[in-house]
Write a protein that binds this ligand. Structure first.
Ligand SMILES: Nc1ncnc2c1ncn2[C@@H]1O[C@H](COP(=O)(O)OP(=O)(O)OP(=O)(O)O)[C@@H](O)[C@H]1O
Ligand SMILES: [Mg+2]
Length: 255
């Protein structure tokens, strides 16, 4: 049975119940992310290093979850697998109810484009493009026409409070402003799933806090699911759940 089907008890009910008549708590909800038995080994020469060991992880729809753990524990490796950037040695990954492990490269690329907003640690903005153009180009890649892309890019910049910086290039923006452009770009195309690898690592604590507050507000107001790798214990208050990786294995603990 996959994670998002009704429990067996619901199937064995004596009468047929239409899903819309079931109480909300019984309705099957598709997790935003479900990882089952994910392991990852890296081969270098004759050595094999096991970076992830049989990881099961679930991110519920609308949830903000933090992935924490010491340096080298496998956080970036896991996030990359969950985003379809790396293929695990073993295990299955389901995003929004679809299995991505085993998807063809072209289908996976399209799926990622349509469903995942990824925020990189180092912002990854194009230095030659303005803040507005950095977002516009992401929308154009998603198939949105130029005029509409410009309009949506403006609206996204407004959402992150940077409308007045639209024509500035990354080198003329502060770290927090660059991170906000990166968030606006991750929101382009309206993805339901946001993944972020240490989005506050390059920021001072006050700016980092403001960036997380923004991400939290956007996620909750727009019902997006967020999985965030962080070392920053001060942002635990913004999370619905915290999971810890230790030496490639997951230790869950409630917030
Ligand atoms: N391509 C690779 N080839 C070999 N080993 C790798 C590769 N990528 C990662 N590793 C190893 O896997 C382990 C986990 O790396 P990962 O980058 O996932 O850690 P992390 O938890 O994100 O650490 P940090 O907090 O420092 O970013 C490390 O020991 C790393 O050296
Ligand atoms: Mg990392």
């Amino acid at each position: 049975m996959t994670a998002y089907q009704l429990p067996v008890a619901a199937y064995s009910a004596p009468t047929v119940v239409f899903p819309s008549l079931l109480p909300a708590t019984v309705l099957p909800t598709v997790p935003a992310i479900a990882a089952r038995g994910v392991s990852m080994s890296f081969q270098s020469g004759s050595d094999c290093y096991q970076a992830l060991k049989n990881v099961d992880l679930e991110l519920r729809s609308g949830e903000i979850q933090l992935l924490m753990g010491p340096s080298g524990s496998g956080k970036t490796t896991l996030l990359s697998i969950l985003a379809g950037i790396l293929t695990p040695t073993e295990g299955n990954v389901y995003l929004l109810g679809q299995e991505i492990t085993g998807m063809s490269r072209s289908r996976l690329a399209r799926f990622r484009l349509e469903n995942i907003g990824f925020i990189f640690q180092g912002f990854n903005l194009f230095p030659a493009l303005t803040a507005l153009e950095n977002i516009e180009v992401a929308l154009t890649v998603k198939g949105i026409r130029k005029h509409a892309a410009k309009k949506q890019a403006r609206s996204l910049l407004e959402q992150v409070g940077l409308a007045e910086k639209a024509n500035q290039r990354p080198r003329d923006l502060s770290g927090g402003q660059k991170q906000r452009v990166a968030i606006a770009r991750a929101l382009s195309g309206d993805p339901k799933l946001i993944m972020a690898d240490e989005p506050t690592a390059a920021l001072d604590s006050q700016t980092g806090h403001a960036v997380i507050e923004l991400l939290h507000r956007l996620a909750k107001e727009q019902n997006r699911s967020v999985l965030m790798v962080t070392h920053d214990a001060r942002i635990i208050d913004f999370a619905d759940r915290v999971v810890n990786l230790e030496d490639g294995a997951l230790k869950q603990k409630p917030v």
